[in-house]
Design a protein around this ligand. Structure first.
Ligand SMILES: Cc1ncc(C[n+]2csc(CCOP(=O)(O)OP(=O)(O)O)c2C)c(N)n1
Ligand SMILES: [Mg+2]
Length: 313
């Protein structure tokens, strides 16, 4: 139920952001994770309060699952004064350390070592923290990906690196990204365990993530998980993603994670149609109120521009 709720909530926030963006009311672009919700929703549900995370651009369910509100997300995208970054960024570069969520920087792969270091520090404080860093298939071709995984392996840092393999890095298909069969196979080269899972099957990805996190929490060491998925929108809303063949999108349209989750729960008699409808209505109401509230709020005042640049002496 928690997983399903998070996936639906994130989907509806993304859809509303796309609408706001297309209405020209948002500066820059909107970056949706539509089609990939199961993976970060599973991580959020399987996590513990002291855990640390490095989300990327398509991990909205992680933010929401760790306690960010739809209102906070809309404020952030709209650059509002009350947003998590105080309106300094109107995009995806936000996090909440009080939720264990680091603010991402755009440089692909660079956040993996940040989580590795954070987990190391927490462990030295006696906490049983584990870390999760999200990367895309494109990010696996960076030097930072290699350096961070190697470092985490050598120092037995309990860090799960999840590769959300959505077949494209912007317009670059995976055939131009790597030559190996599965990216999870690269784990062998670091002396760690590698796993593969269906990232669009909520039950499968949840059980996989939960078991890996339990394992590395008890026996500290990193792990690599490759989750197969598909991004069902462009890289951002400015991208028409015409480079993605329609046949591929069709395959994943049939494998929509929310529909798969609902079908699985219905088959196991874990949810009724009335419960689904009630959940949808409640979420729709919350999203609508939050979007309207954020749209009505102010951007930061110009004279606050230098605030937060230097620490007050
Ligand atoms: C080191 C680096 N190179 C290039 C870019 C520009 N860039 C931003 S997102 C992106 C594609 C990312 O693809 P992937 O890692 O597969 O993630 P996805 O967008 O598919 O979720 C690129 C090339 C960057 N941010 N950092
Ligand atoms: Mg990708």
């Amino acid at each position: 139920m928690k997983l399903l709720r998070l996936m639906i909530q994130a989907r509806r926030v993304d859809e509303r952001l796309i609408k706001i963006c297309r209405q020209g009311r948002l500066r820059g672009s909107a970056f949706a994770g539509i089609g990939q919700e199961a993976i970060s929703a599973a991580v959020a549900v399987a996590s513990q309060p002291d855990d640390l995370f490095a989300p990327c651009i398509r991990n909205l369910p992680l933010h929401l699952g760790r306690g960010e509100t739809p209102l906070g997300v809309f404020r952030q995208a709209l650059g509002r004064a009350k947003s998590p970054t105080g309106g300094r960024d109107g995009n995806v570069h936000y996090g909440r350390l009080d939720h264990g969520v680091y603010t991402m920087i755009s440089h692909l792969g660079s956040m993996i070592s940040v989580v590795a270091g954070g987990v190391m520090a927490k462990r030295r404080q006696g906490k049983d923290t584990v870390g999760v860093a999200f990367v895309g298939d494109g990010a696996t071709s960076t030097g930072d990906f290699h350096e961070a995984l190697n470092f985490a392996a050598v120092f037995d840092i309990p860090l799960l690196v999840i590769i959300e393999n959505n077949h494209y890095a912007y317009s670059t298909p995976t055939s131009h990204q790597y030559r190996c069969h599965r990216l999870a196979d690269r784990a062998v080269g670091y002396g760690i365990d590698g796993y593969s899972a269906d990232g669009n099957n909520p039950a499968e990805i949840y059980i996989t993530v939960r078991d890996i996190l339990n394992d590395i929490r008890a026996n500290p060491r990193p792990a690599l998980l490759e989750a197969d998925t598909m991004r069902m929108r462009g890289h951002g809303e400015h991208d028409d993603f015409k480079y993605v063949p329609e046949t591929l999108l069709q395959v994943y349209r049939r494998r929509d994670p929310i529909r798969m989750g609902i079908r699985g729960m219905q088959a196991a008699k874990l949810i009724t149609d009335d419960q689904i409808e009630a959940m949808e209505l409640e979420i729709a109401d919350e999203i609508d109120r939050s979007a309207r509230q954020a749209l009505s709020e102010e951007e930061p005042l110009a004279d606050t521009l230098t605030q937060g640049v230097y620490r007050d002496a």
